[in-house]
Design a protein around this ligand. Structure first.
Ligand code: ZN
Ligand code: ZN
Length: 240
């Protein structure tokens, strides 16, 4: 029996084959990992969305005000729906990251695919910026505790957006980052999403965002579809 060793060429061929197999496999593994994050993110959003609806149930149908005047909670800096849902007991306090600043970056508040955290963990509520200027969004953002938009007004609960992966690409304080987290989401027809300082949906999950609608169900949408305001998910022009 002749003993035979690998020649250098054979060894190189074997190494090359392994490298090719790895290069085929690694993107698939990476995609699987991204898919896992996307699903985990949707789970987070479902829980937050449920808290939104539980809050509404306790307040005769009101959506969340950004400032935590309700339920006897004193507002703190950057107070937003995050603080309100935690202080109101709708989401466990273990998710509380920074009580003073109101920045929530842990637990279900954190999208697993966010790379840079500022003002929250990457989830934005569809915002109503001014009841006098336009009539879209569900969360109102003034300093005064004016009457909140009501769940009872929503005629299209399965089409009206409530919460989404959100980002702001640029701002004056923290510099640019395509996945910079944010806590609000502005109507793409009222605001120019080409402006990187606008709070908008994210591309971080396969080029899109998870969205929770007012009826509590969740869907993945491509960024371009969200930006096109398909189904009028922002309730633009008061079409709720
Ligand atoms: Zn996400
Ligand atoms: Zn609009």
């Amino acid at each position: 029996m002749v003993k035979r060793k690998f020649t250098l060429i054979e060894l190189l061929v074997v190494i090359a084959i392994i490298a090719i197999l790895a290069s085929l496999l690694l993107p698939a593994l990476s995609r699987a990992k991204d898919m896992g994050k996307k699903i985990a993110c949707l789970g987070n959003e479902r829980q937050i969305g449920l808290a939104f609806l539980m809050y509404a149930q306790d307040t005769s149908g009101e959506f969340l005000p950004p400032m935590a005047y309700r339920n006897g909670v004193t507002p703190v800096a950057r107070t937003w729906y995050t603080n309100l849902l935690i202080c109101g007991g709708y989401i466990p306090p273990s998710a509380w990251a920074d009580e003073n600043s109101g920045d929530i970056k842990t637990g279900i508040w954190q999208c697993p695919s966010v790379t840079k955290f500022n003002w929250g963990g990457g989830y934005g509520a569809v915002e109503l910026l001014s009841p006098f200027q336009s009539d879209w969004g569900i969360c109102y953002y003034p300093n005064d505790p004016l009457p909140m938009p009501s769940l009872n007004r929503v005629k299209r609960p399965s089409a009206m957006g409530m919460l989404s992966d959100a980002k702001r690409e640029a701002n004056t304080y923290w510099g640019d980052n395509p996945d910079q987290s944010w806590i609000g989401l502005w109507c793409s027809q009222c605001k120019d999403w080409g402006d990187p300082s606008v709070n908008q949906a994210s591309r971080r999950h396969s080029g899109g965002s998870n969205i929770i609608f007012v009826d509590g169900h969740g869907e993945f949408w491509k960024y371009t579809d969200i930006r096109a305001n398909n189904m009028n998910i922002f309730g633009h022009n008061g079409e709720w």
